[in-house]
Design a protein around this ligand. Structure first.
Ligand SMILES: Nc1ncnc2c1ncn2[C@@H]1O[C@H](COP(=O)(O)OP(=O)(O)OP(=O)(O)O)[C@@H](O)[C@H]1O
Ligand SMILES: O=P(O)(O)OC[C@H]1O[C@H](OP(=O)(O)OP(=O)(O)O)[C@H](O)[C@@H]1O
Ligand SMILES: [Mg+2]
Length: 293
């Protein structure tokens, strides 16, 4: 890491969020290299220096100014009660773009179906502070909230319940667990040290970084479409396109034809393209987008 005071020190999350975070930086246009035992990834931006931390600890180091910025789950900012500035939400988890959820779960065969029925029981979790507050706010007294180092699902049958994180739900299904409540929903965040954020020059650079990262996320769900249309069918084809943004319409060498270019939601592509073709569009091709800002 550099000691240059103008360099922004950013913490990248080790663990669950590591691969999707590195992938996000690459799609945002950075060349970033991570090697397995070196916790200082190399990045091709001289104004940024990277260090890897566990997501759980990120907000503490950002709060203390050890690093200027960090990427971590919102859950651990809440759990640590850190005074940091949340610059923006970055919508990705370990495997999907869905948020991760901390859920209160019991074995499928358990008679418990409400948190109140857990009074006097033992609950295991990694997120002890947040879980303690949850039960306190409901006025439910437990015998114990036990810290779990991991493999939390297995403990549900040894004690009364667990609070663990779920994203795809496959671990809950595999361990035959039933969710009785959601305690916290969490997405990934870009967080900044309060003093760094208060510095206008640094803030502008952080905002630029946020824009690039969010642009790469926005591009993931969209595709570009390019198509040629006979001029007399232009109106019919335009009528099929999403209304929110007007498409680019370009002249072609042959005055009887025009070319249309538009960005659409990836999930609508399959339905839209055959309809455009039927309406007279030819040479329809779609391409992935690197970034949408
Ligand atoms: N599917 C997921 N499982 C676990 N954490 C996830 C998932 N999706 C997103 N996260 C986020 O990742 C962070 C936890 O990451 P971290 O890698 O440090 O823990 P971990 O995955 O439990 O690590 P370990 O492999 O040691 O269990 C949290 O902020 C959490 O919200
Ligand atoms: O809903 P899913 O997509 O299945 O994801 C949730 C799983 O991921 C995490 O486990 P992790 O790999 O961190 O192992 P750990 O339980 O040992 O921490 C979490 O503790 C769940 O087990
Ligand atoms: Mg884990």
């Amino acid at each position: 890491m550099t000691d240059d005071p103008t360099t922004l020190k950013i913490g990248l999350p080790k663990g669950s969020l590591q691969d999707p975070t590195v992938d996000l930086f690459r799609r945002a246009g950075y060349v970033i290299e991570v090697s397995s035992r070196n916790y200082y990834p190399r990045i091709d931006d001289p104004a940024l220096s990277c260090v890897m931390f566990r997501s759980q600890e990120m907000s503490r180091y950002v709060e203390d100014g050890v690093i200027d910025l960090g990427i971590c789950g919102h859950d651990w900012v809440v759990e640590n009660g850190s005074d940091v500035h949340e610059v923006c939400e970055l919508k990705y988890s370990r495997a999907t773009t869905r948020p991760a959820q901390w859920v209160l779960a019991v074995p499928e065969e358990s008679e418990v179906s409400t948190p109140e029925q857990l009074a006097g029981g033992i609950v295991a979790t990694e997120l002890t502070g947040t879980v303690r507050r949850y039960f306190e706010e409901k006025g439910i007294e437990l015998r114990k909230i036990e810290f779990s180092w991991g493999a939390t699902e297995v403990k549900a049958r040894l004690i009364d319940a667990i609070v663990d994180i779920t994203e795809t739900g496959s671990s809950l299904v595999a361990n035959k667990l039933r969710v009785i409540d959601t305690i916290l929903t969490s997405t990934t965040r870009l967080i900044a040290n309060q003093q760094t954020w208060a510095d206008p020059a640094k803030r502008a650079r952080i905002e630029d970084l946020a824009l690039l990262l969010q642009g790469a996320i926005a591009a993931r769900g969209r595709v570009g479409l390019k198509l040629n249309v006979p001029r007399e069918k232009l109106e019919a084809v335009l009528g099929l396109l999403p209304a929110a943004k007007s498409p680019t319409v370009n002249e072609l060498a042959d005055p009887a034809w025009v070319a249309i270019e538009i960005i659409v939601e990836r999930r609508t592509e399959r339905e839209l393209v055959p309809r455009l073709h039927r309406a007279g569009a030819t040479d329809v091709f779609s391409y992935p987008l690197q970034s949408v800002i």
